[in-house]
Design a protein around this ligand. Structure first.
Ligand code: GDP
Ligand code: MG
Length: 151
């Protein structure tokens, strides 16, 4: 399924620390296609909606404060297996457990400042893309497709 989509968000610490270019570059160089991107600082209620599955967690309040603390870069990436592979590129939730070579493994130390979000399943990706890009995304196809995929 080369048209699989995932939602990736560079969190406020990633933006403030100047990691946007490096993060985008990792997904681009892998062969995934950037289908949508915007910088936005979200309202509390929007952050609560994005993380609604975690609302009972003890860190939920701190997580929402973190996400609304500055602008984020919201993106949609496309490619075969992009949800699962995107999570591998990002690394484990807690940077103490993220392997070197992953984004979290290379760029951060604490779970509460882990620089990036990626959807955890195709279904949640669809929900998150609809939440963050309610007007839809640009429909374009890369001319590199045959250089990345056999079919
Ligand atoms: P993810 O899918 O790898 O981002 O992890 P989760 O969906 O489980 O958690 C969402 C986000 O909540 C994580 O990326 C962290 O920023 C934050 N988080 C997760 N666990 C903790 C925790 O134990 N403490 C704090 N402060 N934040 C956490
Ligand atoms: Mg998650």
């Amino acid at each position: 399924m080369a048209n699989e989509l995932t939602f990736i968000m560079i969190k406020p610490d990633g933006v403030q620390r100047g990691l946007v270019g490096d993060i985008i570059s990792r997904f681009e160089k892998k062969g995934f296609f950037l289908k949508a991107m915007k910088m936005v600082q979200v309202e509390r209620s929007f952050a609560e909606k994005h993380y609604s599955d975690l609302s009972t967690k003890p860190f939920f309040g701190a997580l929402v404060e973190y996400i609304i603390s500055g602008p984020v870069v919201a993106m949609v990436w496309q490619g075969k297996g992009v949800v699962a592979t995107g999570r591998k590129i990002i690394g484990a939730t807690n940077p103490a457990q993220s392997e070197p070579g992953t984004i979290r493994g290379d760029f951060c130390i604490e779970v509460s400042r882990n620089v990036i979000h990626g959807s955890d399943a195709v279904g949640s990706a669809q929900k998150e893309i609809a939440l963050w890009f309610p007007d839809g995304i640009v429909d374009w196809h890369s001319s590199a497709h045959p250089w990345i995929y056999e079919n």
